[in-house]
Structures are given as C-alpha cells and as structure tokens.
Design a protein around this ligand. Structure first.
Ligand code: URA
Length: 441
C-alpha cells in the first residue's frame, strides 16, 4: 500500500514516480481513499515539477482504464475523433463533425462542457430545443451508423479519474500544465475508442497554453501518447490569441457553425475548420492532405454538412428546424452595444477576458452547478487588426438580465487594446505535429 504523503514528498523534490505508484495513486483517488486535499497537493507538485514522458503516459493509461471503455467495433468504417484543448468561440466540432461525416468518415464523439473561460460543445448543442447529449451506448452506435455522426457526453462510468481530477484542477489553479492536460485529453480519447485522433491545440491569450512553444510541447506529448497506444494521431496548433469567429455564446455559436457549413462563415473559423477537416479525412485514408483539403472545401461550398448536422440533431431528439433556420433561436431579451473609446486599430485582445465577459452574461458557469443561459453571449463586430473610430460598435452583448451588462462590459473593454498603428498580421494555423515531427507554417 502506497503512502500518498511519500508520493507528494517525492514529486515535490522533482523525483520520478514509478508506474506502480501512479497506478495506486489513480486507483486510490477514484475509490475515495486518497482525499482531495492530498491530490490537490500532488497536482500542484506536478504543476511545478512536471512529469517525464514515461510518467505522463502511465498516468494517461491508468486514467483511461479507471472506468469503462468504448468498443466501437459495431460502427462500420474508420472512426475519427477530434479534440480541442479549449478556447473562446471555438465551435469547430459542430462544423467539421458533420462536414467530414458527409464525406464518409464515422464520428463517434464524446465532448465536454465549458471549463473556466472556455466553452464546451455539449453546452452549445443543448441550446437546440429537445436535444440530449446523454445517450446510451447502443443508441449512440446506431445513430453513428445511420447518420455518420453523434456527439454525446462522457457516458456513465467512463474515465472517472478525469472527472474527479478535472473538477479539482479547475478550483486549484492547476489546469495549465502539459502533463495534466495531455493525460486528461488523451485518457478520454483512448477510452472513447476511435481509430484516429486529430488534436486542435490552441495557443495564445484565450488558450490554456499561452505560447507557441508550450503548445507544441503539449501537442508532441499527446501525439506520442496516442501513437504509443496504437492510434493514428496528429495535432494542429491553431490561434486562440483572438476569439474564433464572431459569436461567443451557445445558441449564437450554433447559428455561426451552420453559417460556416454553408460556406458563409467568418474567414478565420472557415480556414481552421477546413484544415482540421482535411487532417481528419487524411487520417481516415480519404487521400493526401491536399486532396482532403479540396474535398472539405467542396463539401463546404455545396453545404452538404447541413443535412448531416440536421439528421444528427433529429436523431438526438432535437428540433432540426433550428439547423435549417437558426433565426428560430429566441434572442436574449436585452442587448447592449460596446463602443470604441477612441480611434485606432484593435492591436491586442485578451481572449480569456472575452470568454469571462461572456460567462458573466450567463453563457457559461461560474460554479459547476450553475445553469446556462443559451441565448446569452457576445457578438464581435470588430476583431484583431480592424481599424476603429471612436463610437464604433466593437461588440454587442446579449443577456436576460440588464444588471449583468455593466460588469461584463467593463471586462470586455479591458480585454480590447486599441493602439495607434496597424497590428501585425496573425496566422490561424502555426504548426502541424505528427509522430514524424513538427512542421511549422
Ligand atoms: N480539455 C480537457 O479535456 N482537459 C484539459 O485538461 C484541458 C482541456
């Protein structure tokens, strides 16, 4: 029997934990023998001391096998999964899932809810009336076989170690750690059972990893874990220094995803979606990366993903009319324009700050048990690089309670820096990481 105290002491001094110690620690924590206060101390020690590749891989495997795992063999074809490390305005799953499914890829996806300043796919989907993300296994498989795609929450007893660790990390300031993010994401992806995994590793002010080098390190670690576990895996490092698209907030993001599926979406979101979709198609052996990009673009131009999304929504109990006509989403009863305080250019955005402002309007949770207001959020009229005149509308805030506006507006305005000179150009995609190495763009 391990003594958790000794393991904390060991990690505090930067020593490597053995595989056996990690196994016992995960088991003890899931069973409740190891209390939250000791695991919190361990998480902070890991945050400061890091973990070796061997330790991170072992932690991932123990977490992946801490509960049930999915056997997707009853779904025909190559199953491809995708996971983002989390961002603001990141509705890519709602676009590339249906888009790649329309091209014959099977998407059996388990998604998450919002965390901190970031949004979550499940919350966005649940803004569609009637839709459920809580679906039992056989029905999940049946929907994927029939429509090509289903997106559900972590079912029953899957990866309980991550559920507990995630909740603890969220309140102990230990989210932004490479081994902890890598093991959290990859344990879920391995347990979810897809053959191939595309990782969208965000970088910048709205991401958990703020610098490109940290993001590349995280991507390398995750790709190595996935490859070591026998999955085909690659990662794109994509920009999160600026919110993705213009909509932040659940129902507004679904509407923007539909627009993008019809090739009428914002340029940054469209390009990130096409690149991610191309990588998913490529891992599903549909062609070279260039061919797959052309296929994804053609599918977007013909809008064929819209029918797939509508079919998935219907199969999951939702009202598919909202996909064909997103104007059906009831708008929030109140809105407030945020005006530019001076002339200039938007030269910097604290994207996490924008995410927090939207949470303050009711689009996210401040506490785990908080209810979400699906119509709340922010629509951005000016983004990074745009010239502005004093009094121009930077953004429109949406909420169900006018009292929420003052605080959220202050937070939002603090997040936008308006400078005198035009801003430097920014890329949407910085690098691609595969088992073979890192390709920087
Ligand atoms: N997303 C996850 O699933 N886990 C993390 O730790 C961070 C983002």
């Amino acid at each position: 029997m391990i003594r958790m105290y000794d393991l904390i002491e060991k990690k505090k001094h930067g020593e490597e934990l053995t595989g056996e110690e990690i196994r016992e620690m995960v088991r003890g924590f899931v069973s409740g023998e190891i209390p939250d206060y000791q695991m919190s101390a361990m998480l902070m020690a890991i945050y400061f001391r890091g973990m070796s590749a061997a330790e991170t891989t072992r932690l991932t495997m123990e977490m992946a096998h801490s509960g049930d795992t999915a056997d997707l063999s009853s779904i025909r074809g190559i199953k491809v999964d995708k996971h983002s490390t989390g961002g603001v305005g990141d509705k890519t799953s709602l676009v590339i899932g249906p888009l790649t499914a329309s091209l014959g890829v099977k998407i059996a996806k388990m998604s998450g809810r919002g965390l901190g300043h970031t949004g979550g796919t499940l919350d966005k989907l649940e803004s569609i009336p009637g839709l459920t993300t809580s679906i039992e296994k056989d029905r999940f498989f049946e929907i994927v076989n029939r429509t090509g795609i289903a997106i559900i929450g972590q079912t029953g007893n899957m990866v309980p170690a991550d559920k507990k660790l995630y909740a603890l990390r969220d309140v102990t300031a230990t989210v932004d750690s490479v081994p902890l993010i890598a093991s959290s994401i990859m344990s879920k992806k391995l347990a979810a059972g897809s053959d191939a995994i595309v990782l969208d590793v965000k970088t910048g002010s709205g991401a958990f990893m703020k610098t490109l080098e940290e993001s590349i390190a995280l991507a390398k670690e995750m790709v190595a874990i996935g490859t070591g576990a026998g999955r085909v895996c690659c990662a794109l490092i994509t920009d999160m220094d600026v919110p993705l698209g213009r909509a932040i907030g659940n129902a507004m993001e679904v509407a923007e995803a539909v627009q993008t599926l019809k090739n009428q979406g914002p340029e940054d979101l469209t390009e990130v979606c096409l690149q991610l979709a191309a990588n998913m198609l490529c891992l599903a052996e549909k062609g070279t990366l260039q061919e797959c990009y052309a296929m994804a673009k053609e599918a977007m131009e013909t809008g064929r993903g819209v029918d797939v999304l509508a079919a998935m929504v219907k199969a999951q109990g939702g009202d598919e009319r909202y996909i064909y006509d997103p104007s059906l989403f009831a708008p929030a009863p109140y809105e407030r324009q945020v005006l530019a305080p001076r002339d200039g250019y938007v030269v910097q955005i604290d994207t996490a700050g924008c995410g927090i402002a939207s949470t303050m309007l009711g689009a996210g949770r401040a506490k785990k048990e908080d209810a979400i207001n699906y119509s709340a959020g922010i629509y951005l009229h000016k983004k990074y690089g745009d010239p502005v005149k004093k009094g121009d509308v930077l953004a429109v805030l949406h909420a169900s309670d006018e009292a929420l506006f003052d605080g959220a507006e202050r937070r939002f305005l603090d997040s936008y820096v308006i400078g005198d000179a035009p801003a430097a150009e920014k890329r949407h995609i910085y690098a691609r990481v595969t088992a073979e190495g890192v390709e920087r763009y």
